[in-house]
Design a protein around this ligand. Structure first.
Ligand code: GYE
Length: 333
Protein backbone atom coordinates (compact mmCIF):
# COMPACT_ATOMS: atom_id res chain seq x y z
CA UNK A 1 0.00 0.00 0.00
CA UNK A 2 1.44 3.40 -0.88
CA UNK A 3 1.32 6.33 1.55
CA UNK A 4 -1.64 8.00 -0.05
CA UNK A 5 -3.61 4.83 0.07
CA UNK A 6 -2.73 4.26 3.73
CA UNK A 7 -3.89 7.78 4.62
CA UNK A 8 -7.14 7.27 2.76
CA UNK A 9 -7.74 4.01 4.57
CA UNK A 10 -7.07 5.58 7.96
CA UNK A 11 -9.35 8.50 7.19
CA UNK A 12 -12.06 6.19 5.98
CA UNK A 13 -11.66 4.10 9.12
CA UNK A 14 -11.90 7.10 11.44
CA UNK A 15 -14.89 8.40 9.53
CA UNK A 16 -16.63 5.05 9.75
CA UNK A 17 -15.99 4.81 13.48
CA UNK A 18 -17.25 8.34 14.02
CA UNK A 19 -20.32 7.65 11.92
CA UNK A 20 -21.08 4.41 13.76
CA UNK A 21 -20.50 5.87 17.18
CA UNK A 22 -22.69 8.87 16.42
CA UNK A 23 -25.46 6.48 15.30
CA UNK A 24 -25.16 4.33 18.40
CA UNK A 25 -24.99 7.52 20.49
CA UNK A 26 -28.31 8.58 19.07
CA UNK A 27 -29.81 5.20 19.78
CA UNK A 28 -28.59 5.35 23.39
CA UNK A 29 -30.11 8.76 23.84
CA UNK A 30 -33.49 7.73 22.51
CA UNK A 31 -33.95 4.09 23.35
CA UNK A 32 -33.77 3.28 27.03
CA UNK A 33 -35.63 6.28 28.28
CA UNK A 34 -38.86 5.58 26.47
CA UNK A 35 -40.22 3.03 29.01
CA UNK A 36 -37.79 3.39 31.89
CA UNK A 37 -39.19 4.77 35.11
CA UNK A 38 -36.73 6.73 37.20
CA UNK A 39 -37.15 6.27 40.93
CA UNK A 40 -35.25 8.50 43.35
CA UNK A 41 -34.91 6.70 46.67
CA UNK A 42 -33.82 8.60 49.76
CA UNK A 43 -32.75 5.91 52.22
CA UNK A 44 -32.24 7.25 55.73
CA UNK A 45 -29.04 5.38 56.50
CA UNK A 46 -27.29 2.09 56.97
CA UNK A 47 -27.56 1.73 60.73
CA UNK A 48 -28.90 -1.80 61.15
CA UNK A 49 -29.33 -5.28 59.64
CA UNK A 50 -32.97 -4.34 59.02
CA UNK A 51 -31.90 -1.32 56.99
CA UNK A 52 -29.45 -3.37 54.91
CA UNK A 53 -32.24 -5.84 54.07
CA UNK A 54 -34.57 -2.96 53.22
CA UNK A 55 -32.06 -1.33 50.84
CA UNK A 56 -31.39 -4.71 49.24
CA UNK A 57 -35.10 -5.25 48.70
CA UNK A 58 -35.37 -1.91 46.88
CA UNK A 59 -32.28 -2.60 44.75
CA UNK A 60 -33.42 -6.06 43.72
CA UNK A 61 -36.89 -4.78 42.84
CA UNK A 62 -36.05 -1.61 40.93
CA UNK A 63 -33.66 -3.13 38.39
CA UNK A 64 -32.72 -2.11 34.86
CA UNK A 65 -34.19 -5.37 33.53
CA UNK A 66 -37.41 -4.55 35.32
CA UNK A 67 -37.55 -1.21 33.48
CA UNK A 68 -36.30 1.06 36.25
CA UNK A 69 -33.47 3.40 36.95
CA UNK A 70 -32.97 3.59 40.71
CA UNK A 71 -31.19 6.62 42.09
CA UNK A 72 -30.24 5.66 45.62
CA UNK A 73 -29.06 8.22 48.17
CA UNK A 74 -27.94 7.19 51.67
CA UNK A 75 -28.57 10.09 54.09
CA UNK A 76 -26.40 8.73 56.92
CA UNK A 77 -29.23 9.32 59.42
CA UNK A 78 -29.40 13.07 58.65
CA UNK A 79 -32.69 14.67 57.74
CA UNK A 80 -31.00 17.59 55.96
CA UNK A 81 -29.31 15.11 53.62
CA UNK A 82 -32.68 13.54 52.86
CA UNK A 83 -34.16 16.96 52.10
CA UNK A 84 -31.21 17.75 49.79
CA UNK A 85 -31.63 14.37 48.04
CA UNK A 86 -35.34 15.01 47.43
CA UNK A 87 -34.58 18.44 45.96
CA UNK A 88 -31.99 16.86 43.72
CA UNK A 89 -34.48 14.21 42.55
CA UNK A 90 -36.99 16.97 41.71
CA UNK A 91 -34.32 18.80 39.66
CA UNK A 92 -33.51 15.58 37.82
CA UNK A 93 -37.19 15.19 36.98
CA UNK A 94 -37.51 11.67 38.32
CA UNK A 95 -40.84 9.88 37.83
CA UNK A 96 -41.24 8.89 41.49
CA UNK A 97 -39.62 9.67 44.82
CA UNK A 98 -39.46 7.05 47.55
CA UNK A 99 -38.65 8.33 51.03
CA UNK A 100 -37.72 6.28 54.10
CA UNK A 101 -37.80 9.19 56.57
CA UNK A 102 -35.38 9.28 59.50
CA UNK A 103 -37.85 11.17 61.72
CA UNK A 104 -41.56 11.97 61.42
CA UNK A 105 -41.64 15.78 61.44
CA UNK A 106 -40.05 18.51 59.31
CA UNK A 107 -41.06 17.34 55.84
CA UNK A 108 -43.85 19.77 54.88
CA UNK A 109 -41.75 22.21 52.88
CA UNK A 110 -39.84 19.73 50.74
CA UNK A 111 -42.89 17.54 50.15
CA UNK A 112 -44.79 20.61 48.98
CA UNK A 113 -41.96 21.27 46.52
CA UNK A 114 -42.29 17.74 45.14
CA UNK A 115 -46.03 18.17 44.88
CA UNK A 116 -45.65 21.46 42.99
CA UNK A 117 -43.29 19.71 40.61
CA UNK A 118 -45.87 16.91 40.13
CA UNK A 119 -43.56 14.19 41.40
CA UNK A 120 -45.48 11.58 43.40
CA UNK A 121 -43.82 10.70 46.72
CA UNK A 122 -44.21 7.27 48.28
CA UNK A 123 -43.26 7.03 51.94
CA UNK A 124 -41.84 3.69 53.04
CA UNK A 125 -41.08 2.15 56.48
CA UNK A 126 -41.29 5.04 59.00
CA UNK A 127 -44.05 7.61 58.72
CA UNK A 128 -44.14 11.35 58.16
CA UNK A 129 -46.23 13.67 60.27
CA UNK A 130 -47.43 16.38 57.87
CA UNK A 131 -50.05 19.09 58.22
CA UNK A 132 -51.54 18.15 54.87
CA UNK A 133 -52.09 14.45 54.13
CA UNK A 134 -52.05 15.23 50.39
CA UNK A 135 -48.34 16.00 50.48
CA UNK A 136 -47.54 12.36 49.78
CA UNK A 137 -49.23 9.79 47.58
CA UNK A 138 -49.04 6.62 49.68
CA UNK A 139 -47.29 5.04 52.62
CA UNK A 140 -46.32 1.41 53.28
CA UNK A 141 -44.72 0.07 56.45
CA UNK A 142 -45.28 -1.50 59.86
CA UNK A 143 -47.56 -0.64 62.72
CA UNK A 144 -44.83 0.13 65.22
CA UNK A 145 -47.18 1.03 68.06
CA UNK A 146 -48.75 -2.37 67.64
CA UNK A 147 -45.28 -3.93 67.72
CA UNK A 148 -44.65 -2.25 71.09
CA UNK A 149 -48.02 -3.36 72.41
CA UNK A 150 -47.36 -6.95 71.30
CA UNK A 151 -44.09 -6.97 73.24
CA UNK A 152 -45.85 -5.71 76.35
CA UNK A 153 -48.68 -8.26 76.08
CA UNK A 154 -46.06 -11.00 75.73
CA UNK A 155 -44.17 -9.73 78.80
CA UNK A 156 -47.36 -9.68 80.88
CA UNK A 157 -48.10 -13.32 79.95
CA UNK A 158 -44.51 -14.43 80.42
CA UNK A 159 -44.31 -12.97 83.93
CA UNK A 160 -47.71 -14.46 84.71
CA UNK A 161 -46.55 -17.94 83.61
CA UNK A 162 -43.48 -17.58 85.79
CA UNK A 163 -45.64 -16.63 88.76
CA UNK A 164 -43.97 -13.21 88.85
CA UNK A 165 -46.95 -11.07 87.87
CA UNK A 166 -47.14 -9.39 91.28
CA UNK A 167 -43.39 -8.94 91.76
CA UNK A 168 -41.47 -5.70 91.19
CA UNK A 169 -40.13 -5.62 87.62
CA UNK A 170 -37.18 -3.40 86.80
CA UNK A 171 -36.87 -2.51 83.09
CA UNK A 172 -33.95 -1.05 81.14
CA UNK A 173 -35.18 0.64 78.00
CA UNK A 174 -32.80 1.16 75.07
CA UNK A 175 -34.50 3.48 72.59
CA UNK A 176 -33.98 4.00 68.86
CA UNK A 177 -33.46 7.24 66.92
CA UNK A 178 -35.47 9.93 68.74
CA UNK A 179 -38.52 11.08 66.79
CA UNK A 180 -38.54 8.13 64.36
CA UNK A 181 -41.74 6.10 64.04
CA UNK A 182 -39.92 2.98 65.15
CA UNK A 183 -38.80 4.67 68.38
CA UNK A 184 -42.10 6.46 68.99
CA UNK A 185 -44.24 3.36 68.43
CA UNK A 186 -42.14 0.91 70.42
CA UNK A 187 -41.68 3.43 73.25
CA UNK A 188 -45.44 4.08 73.22
CA UNK A 189 -46.07 0.35 73.76
CA UNK A 190 -43.68 0.09 76.69
CA UNK A 191 -44.85 3.30 78.35
CA UNK A 192 -48.44 2.13 78.08
CA UNK A 193 -47.37 -1.11 79.81
CA UNK A 194 -45.58 0.85 82.53
CA UNK A 195 -48.68 2.96 83.12
CA UNK A 196 -50.82 -0.18 83.44
CA UNK A 197 -48.57 -1.98 85.93
CA UNK A 198 -47.70 -0.29 89.21
CA UNK A 199 -45.04 -2.91 89.86
CA UNK A 200 -43.16 -2.22 86.58
CA UNK A 201 -40.42 0.43 86.85
CA UNK A 202 -37.88 1.98 84.53
CA UNK A 203 -34.32 1.40 85.76
CA UNK A 204 -32.99 3.42 82.80
CA UNK A 205 -34.23 4.87 79.53
CA UNK A 206 -31.49 5.83 77.07
CA UNK A 207 -30.94 6.19 73.34
CA UNK A 208 -29.05 3.41 71.54
CA UNK A 209 -29.56 4.97 68.07
CA UNK A 210 -30.61 1.59 66.63
CA UNK A 211 -26.93 0.58 66.45
CA UNK A 212 -24.94 -2.14 68.13
CA UNK A 213 -22.04 0.20 68.97
CA UNK A 214 -24.17 2.83 70.70
CA UNK A 215 -26.26 0.29 72.58
CA UNK A 216 -23.10 -1.42 73.83
CA UNK A 217 -21.72 1.92 75.01
CA UNK A 218 -24.88 3.00 76.86
CA UNK A 219 -25.43 -0.44 78.37
CA UNK A 220 -21.88 -0.42 79.76
CA UNK A 221 -22.67 2.92 81.42
CA UNK A 222 -25.94 1.63 82.86
CA UNK A 223 -24.15 -1.40 84.28
CA UNK A 224 -21.77 0.88 86.15
CA UNK A 225 -24.82 2.37 87.92
CA UNK A 226 -26.91 -0.73 88.51
CA UNK A 227 -26.99 -4.43 87.87
CA UNK A 228 -30.52 -4.75 89.21
CA UNK A 229 -32.65 -5.38 86.15
CA UNK A 230 -35.24 -7.94 85.17
CA UNK A 231 -35.89 -6.89 81.59
CA UNK A 232 -33.93 -5.14 78.85
CA UNK A 233 -36.25 -3.80 76.16
CA UNK A 234 -34.20 -3.07 73.01
CA UNK A 235 -35.93 -1.27 70.16
CA UNK A 236 -34.09 -3.31 67.49
CA UNK A 237 -31.87 -6.37 67.00
CA UNK A 238 -28.63 -4.43 66.63
CA UNK A 239 -29.22 -2.76 69.99
CA UNK A 240 -29.86 -6.22 71.44
CA UNK A 241 -26.47 -7.41 70.12
CA UNK A 242 -24.74 -4.47 71.82
CA UNK A 243 -26.61 -5.16 75.05
CA UNK A 244 -25.69 -8.88 74.95
CA UNK A 245 -22.03 -7.94 74.53
CA UNK A 246 -22.18 -5.63 77.58
CA UNK A 247 -24.09 -8.20 79.69
CA UNK A 248 -21.60 -10.93 78.71
CA UNK A 249 -18.72 -8.74 79.85
CA UNK A 250 -20.53 -8.02 83.15
CA UNK A 251 -21.14 -11.76 83.67
CA UNK A 252 -24.93 -11.32 83.75
CA UNK A 253 -27.03 -14.09 82.21
CA UNK A 254 -29.94 -13.32 79.95
CA UNK A 255 -32.44 -15.01 77.65
CA UNK A 256 -34.08 -18.36 78.36
CA UNK A 257 -33.28 -19.45 81.91
CA UNK A 258 -31.16 -16.33 82.46
CA UNK A 259 -31.48 -13.52 84.98
CA UNK A 260 -32.52 -10.88 82.47
CA UNK A 261 -35.43 -11.12 80.03
CA UNK A 262 -34.27 -9.77 76.67
CA UNK A 263 -36.80 -8.30 74.26
CA UNK A 264 -35.94 -7.18 70.74
CA UNK A 265 -37.59 -5.98 67.53
CA UNK A 266 -37.00 -6.67 63.81
CA UNK A 267 -36.46 -10.46 63.64
CA UNK A 268 -33.61 -10.19 61.16
CA UNK A 269 -31.58 -13.30 60.46
CA UNK A 270 -28.98 -12.70 63.20
CA UNK A 271 -31.73 -11.62 65.63
CA UNK A 272 -33.72 -14.78 65.00
CA UNK A 273 -30.64 -16.98 65.36
CA UNK A 274 -30.00 -15.36 68.77
CA UNK A 275 -33.65 -15.99 69.65
CA UNK A 276 -33.55 -19.62 68.46
CA UNK A 277 -30.47 -20.12 70.62
CA UNK A 278 -32.38 -18.75 73.60
CA UNK A 279 -30.30 -15.56 73.97
CA UNK A 280 -33.28 -13.34 73.09
CA UNK A 281 -36.59 -14.22 74.80
CA UNK A 282 -38.84 -12.40 72.39
CA UNK A 283 -38.23 -11.00 68.94
CA UNK A 284 -41.07 -8.91 67.50
CA UNK A 285 -41.17 -9.09 63.72
CA UNK A 286 -40.75 -5.97 61.58
CA UNK A 287 -40.65 -6.79 57.89
CA UNK A 288 -38.11 -4.84 55.77
CA UNK A 289 -38.97 -6.30 52.34
CA UNK A 290 -40.80 -3.25 51.05
CA UNK A 291 -39.35 -3.14 47.51
CA UNK A 292 -42.17 -5.19 45.89
CA UNK A 293 -44.79 -3.31 47.92
CA UNK A 294 -43.51 0.04 46.69
CA UNK A 295 -43.36 -1.30 43.15
CA UNK A 296 -46.99 -2.40 43.37
CA UNK A 297 -47.96 1.16 44.31
CA UNK A 298 -45.99 2.55 41.35
CA UNK A 299 -47.60 0.05 38.97
CA UNK A 300 -51.04 1.05 40.22
CA UNK A 301 -50.23 4.73 39.67
CA UNK A 302 -48.91 3.98 36.16
CA UNK A 303 -52.20 2.26 35.37
CA UNK A 304 -54.16 5.24 36.62
CA UNK A 305 -55.44 3.46 39.74
CA UNK A 306 -55.54 5.02 43.19
CA UNK A 307 -53.41 3.01 45.63
CA UNK A 308 -54.31 2.60 49.30
CA UNK A 309 -53.19 5.70 51.15
CA UNK A 310 -51.69 3.61 53.97
CA UNK A 311 -50.87 -0.09 53.96
CA UNK A 312 -49.67 -1.94 57.03
CA UNK A 313 -47.67 -5.13 56.75
CA UNK A 314 -48.83 -8.18 58.76
CA UNK A 315 -46.32 -9.24 61.36
CA UNK A 316 -45.88 -11.75 64.15
CA UNK A 317 -43.70 -12.42 67.20
CA UNK A 318 -41.08 -15.10 67.76
CA UNK A 319 -40.00 -17.02 70.84
CA UNK A 320 -37.17 -19.59 70.82
CA UNK A 321 -39.52 -22.57 70.43
CA UNK A 322 -41.05 -21.08 67.26
CA UNK A 323 -37.76 -21.19 65.39
CA UNK A 324 -35.66 -23.62 63.37
CA UNK A 325 -32.51 -23.01 61.32
CA UNK A 326 -34.41 -23.95 58.12
CA UNK A 327 -37.20 -21.50 58.85
CA UNK A 328 -34.70 -18.69 59.44
CA UNK A 329 -32.63 -19.52 56.33
CA UNK A 330 -35.74 -19.52 54.13
CA UNK A 331 -36.54 -15.93 55.09
CA UNK A 332 -33.38 -14.77 53.34
CA UNK A 333 -32.58 -11.71 55.48
O1 GYE B 1 -36.49 -1.51 63.38
C1 GYE B 1 -34.40 -0.62 62.85
C2 GYE B 1 -33.99 0.34 61.84
O2 GYE B 1 -37.63 1.95 60.83
C3 GYE B 1 -38.52 -0.19 61.21
O3 GYE B 1 -35.12 1.18 61.65
C4 GYE B 1 -37.31 0.61 60.99
C5 GYE B 1 -36.27 0.49 62.07
C6 GYE B 1 -35.80 -0.90 62.39
O4 GYE B 1 -32.85 0.96 62.07
O5 GYE B 1 -33.59 -1.74 62.92
Amino acid sequence: MNDLCKKACVLFGVGAVLFLSSCSGQQEAEEPHADVLTVGFSQLGNESDWRVANTESMKSTFTEEGGYELLLEDAQQKQEKQIAAIRNFILREVDYIVLAPVVETGWDEVLAEAKDADVPVIIMDRMVDTEDGELYTAWVGSDMREEGEKAVRWLEEFLEEQGRAEEEVSIVHIQGTPGSSAQLGRTYGLEKGLAMHDNWHLAAQVCGEFTQAKAYEVMKEILLETKEMDVVYCENDNEAFGVMQALDEAGISYGEGGDVILISFDATEAGLIACMEGRINLNVECNPLHGPRVEKIIRQLEEGQVPEKESFVEETIFEPEDLTADFIAARGY
